[in-house]
Design a protein around this ligand. Sequence first.
Ligand SMILES: NC(=O)C1=CN([C@@H]2O[C@H](COP(=O)(O)OP(=O)(O)OC[C@H]3O[C@@H](n4cnc5c(N)ncnc54)[C@H](OP(=O)(O)O)[C@@H]3O)[C@@H](O)[C@H]2O)[C@@H](O)CC1
Ligand SMILES: Nc1ncnc2c1ncn2[C@@H]1O[C@H](COP(=O)(O)OP(=O)(O)O)[C@@H](O)[C@H]1O
Length: 271
Amino acid sequence: MGTSFGPVDAARWIAVPGPADDKYTRGVVGLVTGSARYPGAAVIGVEAALHTGVGMARYHGAGRPTRLVLQRRPEAVTAEGRVQAWVVGSGQDPDDLDELTAAHRDRALADPVPTVIDAGALPFVERVAGTRVLVPHAGELARVLGRDRSEVLAEPAASALDAASRYSAVVLLKGHTTRIADPGGGLLEVSAAPAWTATAGTGDALAGVLGALLATHALELEADPGCAAPLAATATVLHGLAAERAGRGAPFTVLGLCAELPAVVRELLAG
Ligand SMILES: NC(=O)C1=CN([C@@H]2O[C@H](COP(=O)(O)OP(=O)(O)OC[C@H]3O[C@@H](n4cnc5c(N)ncnc54)[C@H](OP(=O)(O)O)[C@@H]3O)[C@@H](O)[C@H]2O)[C@@H](O)CC1
Ligand SMILES: Nc1ncnc2c1ncn2[C@@H]1O[C@H](COP(=O)(O)OP(=O)(O)O)[C@@H](O)[C@H]1O
């Protein structure tokens, strides 16, 4: 039903910095992720964005996730400032979120730049002012659509397309085959990841990879918001190939997946 999207397609969507670039022209990604309940998701998203390649990653959240992010990645910037793309909602429960994080989340959702909407931010999709890229798993998409998870699993492509049309969004439905639906009815399919990828936290990494790709393609997205779909597919390819490299037929950790992202970028660019 959809168009298969693979490494050769993905290679076209990696921004390579040139001699005239600086950290701001490369693109700044902002993350409002994690919470007191799920602080690890904050660390994973930042780790994934930095390993995908970005001029700067800003992180905004509560005290504990912020401390953990800085402990792991002192290059993350916690001061506020402009960003070219946001990642919001990974590791957040909208019914159990501190006021500071909720305020950061609401500011990010109102910013008219491309936004990755994950987990706890999905209920707020209609507030998102910029180009919307939803990254649900089947359970989350079922909640977004008000259906049973079994219905989404039975008809994943149609479900993703329905949500894309309903919310004028790109919808990346995660799974062994990941479907990327756009509001115009286009559908891309990516099957790059081994089943070992089904482990807690890999989705938080995917959101970070995608945020970095959106931030580093700000000009292209401004000219044509339709670029969000191939960029979402590219994030899925990078993530799947990094999982394959991290495990090589065996289990791996999410930080191990993130560590393989630069090698995957290098391989794709080499052709
Ligand atoms: N390190 C971190 O900080 C991490 C933080 N994380 C963060 O945790 C938050 C919650 O995300 P989550 O995906 O775990 O839960 P949630 O969106 O409620 O979906 C549950 C769905 O799955 C199903 N289901 C449940 N149990 C099942 C089972 N045993 N076997 C099979 N199915 C089962 C259940 O369906 P049901 O059976 O209820 O119909 C429901 O549809 C989120 O913010 C995420 O970012 C994670 O990324 C992990 C790492
Ligand atoms: N059977 C599978 N084969 C390959 N990849 C999978 C499989 N199941 C899940 N994945 C991938 O693992 C990741 C899980 O994301 P998600 O469900 O959001 O988990 P979490 O919230 O714990 O990070 C997604 O990228 C998804 O595509």
